[in-house]
Structure formats: C-alpha cells, structure tokens
Design a protein around this ligand. Sequence first.
Ligand SMILES: Cc1ncc(COP(=O)(O)O)c(C=O)c1O
Length: 483
Amino acid sequence: MDWKPERNSHLTLQEQIVNWMRSRIERGDWTVGTKIPPQRKLASQLKVNRSTVQQAIEELKADGLLESKVGSGVYVANHSWNALLNKSQPNWKQHIESSIHKPNIHTIQLINEYEQYDDVIRLGTGELSPELLPTKELKQSLQSISLDAKVIGYSSPLGNERLRKILCEYLQKRGIYTFPENILIVSGALQALQLIALGLLEEGSIVFHEDPSYLTSVHPFQSAGMQMISVQRNQHLQETLQSLKKKRQSIFYCIPSLHNPTGINFSVEEKKQLYEVCNALQIPIVEDDVYHELLFDSPTPPIKSFDSSGQVLYIGSVSKTLSPGLRIGWVVGPTQVIQRLADIKMQTDYGSSSFSQEIVAHWLSTELYENHVSWLRHQLKERVAFVEKILEEEFKDIASWNKSAGGFYIWLRFHQPIVNKAFFLKLLNEKVLINPGYIYAANDLHHIRLSYAYASFDELAKGLEILRKISKVSMNRGIEGSE
Ligand SMILES: Cc1ncc(COP(=O)(O)O)c(C=O)c1O
C-alpha cells in the first residue's frame, strides 16, 4: 500500500483517504470497473478505523467516482472521468448566473446572433447598410493620417486633444459652447451610459426614462443596481418625478431628437419644459443625441444649449453617421464630472482607440464629414420614401405609423397585439429579423421598430412582403406564446 496517514496534515484522515483514492483513479491505477478492496481490508491496510474508510467511500460515491453493485462490492464508476472533469472545472454556470451584469433578453441575443448571417433580411437593425458606409473615402483618408507614436499609442484620459478642440467647434454649430476639458471621448455612446452608471450614481438610484426607450434594450444602469422608472412627459411631470424620487439620487435619460425607437422629436418648448422641471428638482439630464444629424429638416437646439447650470450631460457619437466600428462617441459635461468619468474609463479600457480618434478628427475637421452626412440624409430619404410607399399600399389595413422625420426607423404599430416572441420566431424562420417593441417596453405587443437604413431595396420589399403575410396569419389566428 503506497499510502500512509499524515498525522500532522491539516486534512482529516477521511479527506486524506478521499484524495488518495481520487488520485489512484486519476492516474489510471484504478481504471473504470476496478473493484475496490473491501472496507475491512482497506481499513487494516491503511491503519485507520473502518468507519473512516466507509465515509470516504460514501463521499466518492456521492461525487460519482465510485458505485456499489448490490451483493458484489464497490467499483470505479463508469462515468468517473466525467465526474473528475466536472470536479476539476470551476462551476461556470453558477459564476455566470450570480454575476453582477444582467444578461440580454433572449430575443436580443437572437438578434445579435442572426445579424451575422448574410441570408437574413434585417428589418430592424440600427445600423447603416454597407452601401451607406463611406468605405472608399475612409480608405482614402487613411493616407492623410500620420501614424506617429501618439496615434498608435494609448490615448490620454480625456481623449485626443485635437479631436476635443475640433468637437468644440462642431458642437458650437449645435448651439453648445464648451471647452476641451468639458469633453470626454468614449468608445461609443453606450460606453458613456456605462460610465455614468458606474461613476455618478449610487446603488438604488433611479433612472427616469420615456416609455418605450432604447435604454430598455441595453442594461448599463440595471446591471449597476439602478432602478429604471418610465414616466410620461405631460403637465404633471414635476409632481410625478418628485413623488417617485423622494430623497433618492436620480437622473433623467432622454433622446429628444429622432427618438429610438419611436422617431419622435421634442419641440423646443418640450425641451425647455423638461430642463426646467429637472432643474427645479435637481435631477441631472442625460441627453442622448446620436441621431440629430439625420433629421430631414433642420434640428432644433439640444437641451444642452440652454444648460446654464451644468445639469445636462450631452452624448454624441459617429456610430449612426460615419461608422459604428470606429467606436467613437463623446460626453460633454462639467469638468468635475468629466474627470470622474475619465478616471473610470482609464480603469476600464485605458482610453478609446487613438487611431479611430485620429480618423474622426480628420473627418470632422475637413468637409468630408458634412458632405457625407448630407449625402446620407438624401439616401435615407429615398429609402424611407420606398418603404412608406409599400406601407401605404400593403399595410394600411393591419398597421399604422407616423411619417418618418429622419433617422433609421418607423415605429410601426399593428392594430392587434400580435408582436410576441412567437411572432418574432416565425419571421426568423422565414429569415426575416425584426426588432419587436417588447425589447423597448416590456409589455408592448403592438409595435416593431422597422428600420429602412440597413436592408437593400430588394430585401426591404421582400422582407415587408413576408412581414405582411405572417402578420395577417397571426391576426387571423390570435396571438400565441410570449417572451
Ligand atoms: C439612442 C442610442 N444611444 C446610444 C446608442 C449606442 O451607440 P454607440 O454605437 O455610439 O455606442 C444607440 C445605438 O443604437 C442608440 O440608438
């Protein structure tokens, strides 16, 4: 017998015997089917009590390494290797389920997966079609960008200074007068939301938002332990916010221009009203303005342009106009806040891609960006005219919608509540991917966010035909299943 009890070990005798037997199985000394010596014999060989051996064997049986055969004895179990492997791997499932970050709802996971397949018609995607991305011009502009150490090294905490100066001029055209130290470059607008959640809010804070909202489809605040409360913007807004907020910290998140998913635009009066209400209650506003350049008519000034008290954090991005793959956005706010967000950002990713920042600086400082965006608006207008014509001709009996004022989306409302998970899956089965309304407002079974920005004209026509067919069937049958 190659084993002796270690009397000075921190392990009990039973644990030592378990480890010894386990190692015999791992080393292959006891292969599957090997009969273990009887307990009495083992106890005498190992010079321990029989009950200690018995308990060790029970433990290994519970772990699936040994098994009893009635009237025959104890054997190394058939599936002992699986049991060993499972034992030696961490319990990832438990790690995943108990972690802080919330998973995406299953429908969004499916959307993310099916967006990768070329044969799927994407009727909901919040992204520019490949033919609307300025690929050729971007390639050409790379020739004008120097690849010095700054451009390929780590970025400074607030981001490329030249880009921040250029952004000050760009924002002036939007009525926002700011300084480079008030701007933080982020890896897309979504990161700005994550940094705000982590850097400015305590657990249990309230995030007020409209219903429906893009914010319901991502989890930067929920995962940081914030409470999401949707509110209506009406004449009772102040009382509503006051009674819900009580003494808790809170922010108000809004998308006043080309709202995602509804496409709604606040009037100047509505923007002022929201600013004043939040000002009276000292609720900071997060103004997400990533779509404003895609308005077909001239945009109205953002809430940030009337912000005399440093109450508005303004977020922009080039994802919806130039390229989402560059992952460049910005937050504008009081220096103290910007420094705080920059500190968290450095702890998170050491700054956004210096290379991407250089590209964006080049585009914003030349006529490249403005020319491209004005061409893009024109293209989007053509696309929406095409889609609205199909809707007029084919969807009037089953759905309603508002004429698009710009951007990517039509918030299409079916007369009946047919848009549930089963409906989403039926369309997916026909290789048509939609963004159902319930990912933006949990109880919404009427809407889909119809995007005219991604699919080709042929795909839009074919996808809408399939959408109409499946909608008709669902309406006739009534709804089935849900998320
Ligand atoms: C309203 C809104 N905010 C933020 C984002 C995220 O944009 P980015 O790619 O800049 O992170 C999106 C993208 O869909 C959006 O629609």
